[in-house]
Design a protein around this ligand. Structure first.
Ligand code: HEC
Ligand code: HEC
Length: 219
């Protein structure tokens, strides 16, 4: 393993020794690595790799490193980078997650960005009523799909985030629950259900947030 230069200011310190418990990093090789603050989030996407990077790539550092890679980085570069997180850095994700994560990274942050964005836009132009709700519509189910919520949430079971049924149960009979949940969707963050963070939806309108919160609390 190469020694890593701890040069970043305002950084949280991660002791890789903690990861020795997971298995792949021998404690004898423990070293301190300085990482950027946990602020940057991965860009929401319909691609299956989005959910996997949320699960696999947020434990040691935020999306900051990914955001700062050259946009011309080809697929092979992402493949090498993801494999490097496993060995030598010791990330514990399974090999079968790698292709989907590489696909998401290349199409969201790398050389295939423009081609993929163009294709997605073309698909959105083909007749698909649910993807293009009429102006002023705050239909909750269309909002869930359009905002990528369904990559992490289902009604009946935990995915990356809690089941909407469990959210409804948690807030049942609590006064002001809808406003609180709307605020929590806007702010994102972790700690209410576990350590995995939810991305913030800071630009979503109040009407859309209220529509989503009301629908979720009705499950
Ligand atoms: C076990 C902890 C760990 C996990 C999990 C992890 N990384 Fe890293 N990552 C690191 C370390 C350590 C560095 C190097 C830090 C430095 O150079 O300051 C790094 C650096 C990076 C870099 C910067 C480029 C480079 O080659 O150094 C990118 C991009 C990156 N990680 C992406 C990812 C992605 C994508 C995932 C999920 C597949 C991921 N990381 C998961 C520990 C991890
Ligand atoms: C990348 C995965 C991911 C995406 C995308 C995502 N969520 Fe979440 N969501 C989570 C996680 C993880 C939590 C638990 C956060 C915590 O523990 O505080 C959560 C929590 C929630 C909660 C519970 C908040 C509370 O007050 O307890 C609601 C409601 C919710 N999400 C709705 C949404 C909606 C609506 C969207 C789309 C606009 C969305 N989520 C998108 C992962 C995600």
């Amino acid at each position: 393993m190469q020694p890593v230069k701890p040069t970043r200011p305002h950084a949280a310190v991660l002791a890789l020794a903690a990861l020795a418990a997971i298995g792949s990093v021998p404690a004898a090789r423990a070293l301190e690595i300085t990482l950027p603050p946990e602020t940057a989030r991965y860009t929401p996407s319909e691609l299956p790799g989005y959910r996997l990077v949320q699960q696999n790539c947020m434990t040691c550092h935020s999306a900051q490193y990914v955001l700062t890679q050259p946009p011309s980085s080809p697929r092979g570069y992402w493949d090498t980078t993801v494999k490097k997180m496993k060995k030598p850095f010791g990330a514990p994700f399974p090999d079968e997650d790698i292709p989907a994560m590489v696909d998401y990274l290349a199409k969201t942050y790398g050389a295939e960005r423009t081609a993929y964005a163009g294709k997605a836009a073309a698909q959105a132009n083909t007749p698909a009523p649910a993807a293009a709700p009429a102006t002023g519509s705050h239909d909750p189910q269309a909002l869930l799909t359009a905002n990528g919520c369904t990559a992490c949430h289902a009604v009946d079971k935990k995915v990356v985030g809690p089941a909407f049924k469990d959210v409804a149960a948690k807030y049942a009979n609590q006064p002001g629950a809808a406003a609180l949940v709307a605020q929590n969707i806007r702010a994102g963050g972790a700690g209410k259900w576990g350590q995995v963070p939810m991305p913030a939806y800071a630009t979503m309108t109040t009407e859309d947030l209220q529509s989503l919160a009301g629908w979720i609390l009705g499950r």
